[in-house]
Design a protein. Structure first.
Length: 134
């Protein structure tokens, strides 16, 4: 499974990537410290039908935050739907973030940092229940 991890916090990125590997979640993890660079790569890969199955997205980042990333994906929502699930990974405990995340169809859930093994298994279970993307 191809996974994107988008977070400007190097330590959080490292720890999350190690946990994903230890849990056997993904065989291909691409990390990005910039949401803009991740967006460019994702849109390029979308043209080739090679989008990641899962994206873990931090909200608070410089240049382009997680909400701006999601807004930029809106025109591509139809082609990404069913092929790419986005999980917001945030340290924010703000209830309005949870409510706002529900406005984005591509967002499959909001997870408070740090990501743990139980959450990874729950995501794997959910993805296993969905039909394989062509």
């Amino acid at each position: 499974m191809k996974t994107y991890l988008i977070d400007d916090d190097y330590l959080a990125t490292y720890l999350t990537e190690q946990l994903l590997r230890a849990e056997g979640f993904s065989n291909a993890i691409c990390t990005f410290q910039s949401a803009k660079k991740a967006l460019d790569k994702l849109l390029l890969r979308a043209k080739e039908n090679l989008v990641p199955q899962v994206v873990f997205l931090d909200l608070n980042m410089p240049e382009m935050d997680g909400w701006q990333f999601l807004d930029a994906l809106a025109p591509y929502e139809e082609e990404l739907r069913g092929n790419c699930s986005i999980y917001i990974l945030t340290s924010s405990l703000a209830l309005n973030d949870l409510e706002k995340s529900k406005e984005y169809e591509l967002v499959a859930g909001l997870i408070h940092k740090p990501l743990d093994s139980d959450e990874i298994r729950a995501i794997q279970s959910r993805l296993g229940d969905e039909p394989e993307a062509a």
